[in-house]
Design a protein around this ligand. Structure first.
Ligand SMILES: C[S@@+](CC[C@H](N)C(=O)[O-])C[C@H]1O[C@@H](n2cnc3c(N)ncnc32)[C@H](O)[C@@H]1O
Length: 219
């Protein structure tokens, strides 16, 4: 197991791994590898867009040792579980609106003390902003038409002034008519209007077709 340029992320061959916060437990059927008394979980880029982003050549992790994070679109917790491995001392608030999906995520969060699940619609940050407080990192993967506005509203409610963000843009959820480059250009302009700059942009193909990841920093 070799450390990588991304703190806390390891590599064995072509595969990425994180150190398992809950040794012996799998989250989504991933491989577990023990080495020198430490257990690592394989991080599947076909299942997690953050792993795909790293393997597509990300120059750095999109956050800087955050103490608190807000994750929009937790689903079953695949990516959130790897953030939980990477940031054991951070508080990771995770919002999911589907009650069915949330039930599975809740079971995961019970076993990982740094995961703080919130059943809510991310369109309504005023419902959870008081519980979350200010976070240093905002992660969004919700595949909705108004993805940038959703990000901006949650940033306004919960992101600290120097906080960073990671926006997974599902191009076809925005429009079927425009080419991907035009959708990304519109997203950049909308982010700029909210005083955010895109520090890094990466297509997630072939892992997640039709998705572009934007690492976002304040202007
Ligand atoms: C593509 S999945 C997220 C996958 C997850 N980020 C991962 O990598 O493990 C999108 C999730 O966003 C949730 N979602 C969609 N719209 C939402 C909203 N307005 N508020 C909260 N969650 C939402 C969906 O229910 C779904 O579980």
């Amino acid at each position: 197991m070799r450390p990588t340029e991304w703190p806390g992320v390891f590599r064995q061959g072509a595969e990425l791994f994180t150190r398992n916060l809950q040794p012996g437990e799998r989250v989504y059927g991933e491989a577990l590898v023990a080495e020198d008394g430490v257990e690592y979980r394989a991080w599947d880029p076909w299942r997690s867009k953050l792993a795909a982003y790293l393997l597509r050549g990300a120059p750095r992790l999109p956050f800087d040792q955050p103490r608190a994070l807000l994750y929009l679109g937790a689903a079953h917790g695949t990516t959130a579980s790897h953030l939980s491995d990477l940031l054991p001392d951070a508080r990771l608030f995770a919002v999911e609106k589907s009650a069915e999906t949330f039930a599975a995520f809740l079971a995961l969060a019970r076993r990982r003390p740094n995961l703080l699940p919130i059943l809510a619609d991310a369109q309504l940050p005023e419902r959870y902003a008081a519980d979350v407080g200010l976070v240093d990192f905002l992660y969004q993967d919700v595949a909705q038409r108004n993805q940038v506005e959703l990000f901006a509203e949650n940033a306004a409610a919960c992101l600290a002034p120097r906080g960073r963000g990671f926006l997974v843009l599902k191009v076809r959820s925005v429009t079927q008519r425009q080419p991907s480059a035009a959708v990304v250009a519109d997203a950049r302009s909308a982010l700029a209007a909210h005083r955010f700059r895109v520090a890094d942009e990466r297509s997630l193909a072939p892992y997640s077709r039709d998705h572009v990841a934007l690492a976002v920093v304040p202007e």
